[in-house]
Design a protein around this ligand. Structure first.
Ligand SMILES: Nc1ncnc2c1ncn2[C@@H]1O[C@H](COP(=O)(O)OP(=O)(O)OP(=O)(O)O)[C@@H](O)[C@H]1O
Ligand SMILES: [Mg+2]
Length: 257
């Protein structure tokens, strides 16, 4: 059975892409699972983080959303990491957000586009930092949501909106399976403010907060600047250790609860 997990937070820079790419690469490389990451963000950073030159790509997620009955295989690209595939995005995806409203059945297009997909163990979605039409498409194509939260002052802004949106989507569109699996504290540095924010997250999400707190490690950022996963660039770094721990925690969810 495929596990569908979306990384969502309307706040920018909260580690959505970093987790999607590095957890995906962990399951592919260390667990020998077949993983597909679907990029729904016009910034195209899933592709960039894996070393693709996304600017010049055609046949991106936009083209599939515009014609969701085309064979999905035509849009899938293999990455350097064995059994890790992506459907990339680039800036052109921003067109979708503005034109989608006039397309018939637009909230369901991503789910429709992926319905023929076969053979994957994990289907991961990276999302843009806004709650618009792309997020709605993702919420109708996924079951699980992981909310990464960077431990900065405004961190809690937005979490409530995501939960509201999840509730509304379940009710209005009948995606009963939709749920938040983990809320992941990210970019942690040992400061009094970060500890206070972490404490508030614990109060807000007593059942969902991950045990793993992803600390800041410059190797993570460096890896992305080289278009590499942490497992390629710095597999023995602290960042790699934390991502591995988180990947295993998510793998066990909800059994570990
Ligand atoms: N554990 C970490 N240590 C150091 N830097 C990190 C870590 N995790 C992520 N980063 C860096 O923080 C920045 C933001 O991360 P990322 O791009 O994953 O966030 P995002 O939520 O996808 O942002 P956006 O909302 O713009 O899509 C990136 O430059 C990334 O390399
Ligand atoms: Mg991102």
């Amino acid at each position: 059975m495929v596990r569908r997990i979306a990384f969502i937070n309307e706040k920018g820079g909260s580690c959505k892409t970093t987790l999607a790419v590095n957890l995906g690469a962990f399951y592919a490389h260390y667990r020998r699972k077949r993983v597909l990451i679907v990029d729904m963000d016009p910034q195209g950073q899933v592709g960039k983080a894996l070393g693709f030159e996304v600017k010049s790509l055609d046949q991106t997620i936009l083209d599939l959303l515009e014609d969701p009955d085309r064979p999905v295989q035509e849009f899938i690209r293999s990455s350097r990491v064995s059994s890790l595939d992506i459907i990339p995005a680039n800036k052109r995806l921003a067109e979708y957000a503005s034109t989608a409203g006039s397309l018939p059945d637009h909230p369901h297009r991503l789910a429709r586009a992926l319905r023929q997909l076969e053979g994957y163990d994990y289907l991961l979605f990276d999302s843009p930092p806004s709650l618009g039409v792309s997020i709605l498409n993702i919420m109708l194509a996924t079951e699980e949501i992981v909310i990464p939260v960077s431990l900065t002052y405004f961190a809690l802004d937005g979490c409530a909106e995501i939960l509201d949106t999840v509730g509304r989507v379940r009710e209005r569109y009948g995606n009963e399976a939709l749920r938040v699996s983990l809320v992941v504290p990210a970019l942690y540095r040992r400061t009094r403010l970060a500890d206070a924010i972490l404490e508030r997250l614990r109060e807000h999400f007593p059942d969902n907060l991950s045990q793993t707190v992803v600390g800041y490690d410059v190797k993570v950022d460096e890896a992305q600047s080289h278009g590499q996963t942490i497992w390629e660039y710095a597999p023995t770094s602290r960042g790699a250790e934390l991502f591995a721990r988180l990947a295993m925690e998510l793998e066990r969810w909800p059994a570990a609860r």
